[in-house]
Design a protein around this ligand. Structure first.
Ligand SMILES: [Zn+2]
Ligand SMILES: [Zn+2]
Length: 300
């Protein structure tokens, strides 16, 4: 929350303080030369799909958006000359009341709705004064290309904000465009913070006879990996770390060995002849006795 006593605008935790302060100033009239109260505009939130590769190496995405901007010809005043009149349909209130039904001699049910003649603005304009550019809509559509910089190491769900780039409207502090990163699933690789997990399946023969394979990393580099027991940890080959461009976490490679469903007796004999002997199956049970200790508890 900010310290403005004259309005009910509240701080938005998702936006940095500087932006909130500029909004608050404008909402409270502090930054407005016209001295009119301005209401805060809506933020526009877009999901932005990115691959794990994008988050590993960083990327820039160009996105074309169309948005409303204040009509430059009439600067949002509807008419060429700035002449507008109170709407006769609603007497300038912007709202109309219609009676739905009579419930009794002195009771009736009524409903309030925005005035259809002035679209709830309370103003109408004579056709001959109407702005030819925006047809009295106060705003026109504009196409804009935004360059979204996805930095190395950013995360699924992280927000990238373009302050004041949402739809413009008269007497409104323009909201922000917010992109929320959505990481697409990636076969083989899983990411957890700064760690990367990679799963590799190999046959029993390869596991027994020694094995190497080429792992193509997220940036296209090829790493020669030698099979070792169950999993392998490699320093500095994990995920890029956000805002530390030269640092990476660990990569963990998990090996899954595919065992054969069954062996025939001859194969079992042959394997037993070359493999280390099986451990004996004798069951050892260890009993342990915990001595009983009594505590004296003092109550204060
Ligand atoms: Zn009206
Ligand atoms: Zn206009």
């Amino acid at each position: 929350m900010h310290g403005c006593g004259s309005c009910e605008c509240s701080g938005d935790p998702g936006i940095n303080d500087a932006i909130v302060n500029s909004k608050v100033e404008a909402v409270c009239g502090g930054g407005s030369s016209r001295g009119r109260r301005q209401r805060p505009g809506e933020d526009v939130v877009h999901p932005l799909k990115v691959s794990l590769e994008d988050l590993f190496t960083g990327t820039t995405k160009k996105l074309s958006l169309s948005r409303n901007v204040i009509c430059l010809k009439c600067t949002g005043k509807v008419s060429k000359s700035g002449v507008s009149m109170k709407c006769s349909g609603c007497q300038g209130t912007g709202m109309k009341v219609s009676i739905i039904r009579h419930l009794g001699p002195s009771m009736r049910q009524q409903m309030q709705h925005p005035c259809n003649e002035c679209k709830g603005t309370g103003e109408t304009i004579n056709d001959k004064y109407r702005c030819p550019q925006c047809k009295g809509e106060k705003v026109v559509q504009e196409k804009k290309v935004l360059e979204v910089v996805v930095e190395k190491g950013m995360q699924h769900g992280q927000k990238i904000t373009f302050p004041g780039e949402a739809d413009e409207a008269p007497d409104t502090v323009t909201g922000d465009i917010v992109f929320v990163l959505e990481q697409k699933d990636r076969p083989k690789f899983k990411r957890k913070g700064e760690y990367l997990f990679y799963e590799h399946t190999l046959s029993l023969t390869k596991a027994l006879c020694g094995f190497r394979f080429v792992l193509t990393h997220l940036d296209g580099r090829q790493l020669l990996i030698k099979y070792s027991n169950q999993f392998k940890a490699i320093d500095d080959e994990g995920m890029s770390i956000y805002q530390r461009p030269f640092m990476k976490g660990k990569m963990y490679i998990y090996f899954t060995v595919e065992f054969a469903d069954s062996f025939n007796p001859d194969q079992v004999k042959a394997l037993e002849a070359i493999l280390p002997p099986k451990p004996s199956m004798a069951l050892t049970v260890v009993f342990s006795f915990v001595p009983w200790v009594e505590f004296e508890v003092e109550f204060c």
